[in-house]
Design a protein around this ligand. Structure first.
Ligand code: ADP
Ligand code: ZN
Length: 732
């Protein structure tokens, strides 16, 4: 099913191949509709009794009787999908071992795709002149100019000019504004790449120049520099160059980092906001963006990972900011890593790819070492301020009473900062009040009934919550096991419990908790972050969401409550994650003109990872990590695939796992090894039993083909699922 170089246009009635989003696994033959259609056209076709959406994917298979073929119903009102996007989807499906229709769904996830061309009444400049100009009227005409000839709805125009709609109506009556029917979806305001940016530091200028020289074709860059070193400013220069060349730019950010702060910054630089693509965007704005990127009516898109599937007309630059962020990996439906797929899409589009991070993933670091990516380093923070000074607080020598997590040293440091009117951040990567609820009489722990997981107490919600499936239960007063009354006790800290301790220690301080579950929407969370950044809190308590790309100018002290939390995990990337997260969080301290400090509470101050965090010797850390992984042929020096089997009954799931492990000839042919089956670390989710296998192969081995041959002969029982996760990031 390679996108073909066959005919580019199908005359009415000629057979053509259509890929639909239905799970049929192959391209279906249809006759081209009235008026014919282009290769790549989005179409509606009959399928059984239904009408479904598809894309003209290639020539017809031809094995079917032409006279019996059904006809494409109509071509949809959207620019045809370009060959490079079809190629991208095909390669992504091959790489991730996913059915192509599933992948096509990612590229057609837009509301109203099947709507006909819809118009609405918009206002344009008219021929007449008003008898008199008022201030308000002048503002309206100026606002219209700003949109460069694109029409605006009356309410939009009134809003843009900051006047009431009656002023706008008056101008229509006077003939200064004319109403015309125009397509519903209008182009986005033009960004002006000719506007001057800031004067760049030497480091920044060097990086920007290198990117500019590469503009003519594909290339991937690793832009590395601590938080505040000016990476954003550098890649905005690359955006400017890209826009000047008349091409489109895409900036990917982890969902939560998509802040108003960033949009305002782009507006500052280019005179208009970029188009936004993420879960918080309204349906009609999504539809507008999707159509406009296809027609060239959007120059720059800022989006979450799914923006990678937008139908760009001429994509010239992809930036993946915070490239190490684990949220780039999608772990449901199609298992893909947006960071890696950005590199693929860049290569197919002849576009530049910039991976930016303060703490790059070992994968990207190794690719730069190997010369596949070009590394650009920003070595100092922009401006005069230095990196925060880092120190460990040895929990073995601090007298911490039971159920207290803030050591006397940390307490003194926070008090000192508050005295100076500055902000402090206490970082604990645990949501909720307490991770365990235990009966003091019998030791029973409350677990989820559907999952192999303990219930986490959330005092804010007044419920126990399962972090795997989201199930909730009342907080019990009586032990469900032994029946003892009032003996249930929370064990261990979560951010809500830390808040309690904080309020007790500093009763006069304004305390804000940032945890993803405390907010109804991403929008509400972002609003809270902005309020805090503006000085709306003295002490911030946060989970890992505070690590991501927010600027807190008044923050000068970061206290890491438990640096040991992630170190004990058996996860391949445990050390890397702790290193990245702790360095990122520490980097939040001391931006503007005040020096920052980071205090790390740990019981293992001599642990190599903690030492690397404190010394800041990143190269040494990566060298050591790389050496350890290379010795074991682990990624990025070897390849992994996770196989997750699940089903309502454990026995058949395990039997399938055993059958796979026994019949591994296809894997042995490429010298790959299979480990397992073993119960997954979370052996049950939502009542489904889970069993894992792990396949390990050499770096260059043709892993996908072998996995396909290996799994294909096995039939799945009722309600059983087999999921293959290529390059797994998590192993739960
Ligand atoms: P990073 O993306 O590496 O965290 P930023 O690009 O956000 O760094 O820069 C940090 C701060 O320094 C921002 O407030 C930014 O506006 C400012 N800054 C960066 N480069 C320059 C420059 N060349 N001139 C003036 N201000 C700059
Ligand atoms: Zn559960």
């Amino acid at each position: 099913m390679q996108p073909s170089d066959g005919p580019e246009f199908f005359d009415e009635g000629t057979p053509c191949g259509v890929l639909t989003t239905e799970p049929l696994g192959r391209v279906l033959d249809y006759r081209a509709p009235e008026g014919g259609c282009w290769m790549g056209a989005f179409v509606q076709v009959p399928l059984g009794p239904r009408r479904v959406i598809g894309v003209i994917w290639g020539p017809a298979d031809g094995r079917f009787d032409r006279t019996k073929l059904r006809q494409v119903i109509r071509v949809l009102d959207a620019a045809p999908m370009r060959a490079e996007l079809r190629e991208f989807l095909t390669r992504l499906a091959d790489y991730t071992l996913t059915q192509l229709p599933m992948v096509l769904r990612l590229a057609t996830r837009v509301p109203g795709l099947a709507d006909g061309p819809v118009t609405r009444k918009l206002l344009f400049r008219g021929d007449g002149l008003p008898d008199r100009m008022t201030d308000a009227r002048t503002r309206v005409m100026a606002a219209l100019e700003e949109f460069g000839g694109a029409g605006l709805a009356p309410s939009e125009l009134a809003h843009a000019a900051g006047v009431g709609t009656s002023v706008v109506r008056g101008l229509v009556t006077a003939g200064a504004l004319a109403e015309r029917a125009a397509p519903r979806d209008q182009p986005f305001p033009r960004l002006d790449p000719a506007r001057p940016g800031p004067v760049l530091s030497d480091d920044q200028a060097r990086a920007a120049d290198a990117l500019r020289k590469g503009q003519s074709g594909y290339g991937t860059w690793l832009l590395k520099g601590v938080t505040g070193s000016g990476k954003t400013e550098v890649y905005l220069e690359a955006v400017a160059d890209c826009l000047r060349a008349g091409r489109q730019a895409l900036v990917l950010l982890p969902e939560i980092a998509l802040s108003a702060e960033f949009l305002t910054r782009v507006e500052h630089r280019f005179g208009a906001k970029p188009a936004e693509w993420h879960s918080g965007v309204t349906q009609s704005e999504r539809r507008r963006l999707w159509r406009m990127v296809g027609q060239g009516g959007a120059q720059m898109v800022v989006g979450a990972r799914s923006a990678l599937f937008l139908p760009f007309q001429n994509l010239g630059l992809i930036v993946v900011d915070e490239e190490h962020d684990t949220s780039y990996k999608q772990e449901e439906g199609v298992f893909y890593n947006a960071r890696d797929m950005a590199v693929l899409r860049g290569a197919l589009n002849g576009a530049q790819v910039v991976l930016a991070s303060a703490t790059p993933s070992l994968e990207s670091w190794a690719n730069a070492e190997a010369g596949k990516y070009t590394r650009l380093d920003l070595t100092t923070r922009f401006g005069p301020n230095a990196l925060p000074e880092m120190a460990a607080i040895d929990l073995r020598t601090e007298a911490l009473p039971a159920n207290r997590w803030i050591s006397p040293s940390l307490q003194a440091a926070v008090t000192a900062r508050l005295g100076l009117g500055e902000q402090a951040l206490l970082f604990l990567n645990r949501r909720g009040y307490a991770p365990l609820t235990v009966c003091r009489a019998c030791g029973h722990q409350i677990a989820c009934t559907d999952c192999d997981a303990r219930m986490v107490e959330h005092r804010f919600l007044e419920r126990l919550v399962c972090h795997q499936c989201g199930a909730t239960a009342p907080i019990p007063t009586k032990c469900p096991e032994c029946g003892a009354e009032d003996r249930m006790a929370p064990v261990g800290p979560g951010v809500e419990r830390l808040e309690e301790e904080t309020r007790a220690l500093w009763p006069d301080a304004r305390v804000a908790v940032l945890s993803s579950d405390l907010f109804g929407s991403a929008r509400a969370l972002k609003a809270q972050i902005e309020e805090i950044a503006a000085g709306g809190a003295d002490i911030i308590i946060g989970t890992q969401i505070v690590a991501k790309g927010h600027n807190f100018p008044h923050l000068t002290l970061v206290g890491v409550i438990d640096a040991d939390l992630g170190l004990s995990g058996s996860d391949l990337r445990a050390a890397e994650r702790v290193f990245q997260l702790t360095r990122q969080v520490a980097g939040r301290a001391g931006r503007a003109d005040k020096p920052g400090r980071a205090l790390i509470q740990t019981s293992q101050p001599d642990h190599p990872v903690i030492r690397a965090i404190l010394s800041g010797d990143e190269e040494a850390f990566w060298q050591a990590e790389a050496k350890a992984r290379r010795a074991l042929s682990m990624p990025p020096y070897g390849r992994l695939a996770g196989i997750i089997l699940s089903g309502p009954e454990l026995e058949p799931v395990f039997a399938l796992g055993n059958a796979l492990a026994r019949n591994d000839a296809a894997l042995r042919r490429i010298n790959a090894q299979v480990f397992g089956p073993a119960p997954a670390p979370i052996a049950r989710i939502r009542g489904q039993h889970r069993v894992r296998l792990l396949v390990k192969a050499a770096k260059g081995a043709p892993l996908q083909a072998a996995l396909r041959d290996w799994t294909r002969p096995h039939k799945l029982g009722t309600n059983m699922r087999l999921v293959i996760d290529i390059d797994p990031q998590s192993f739960y």
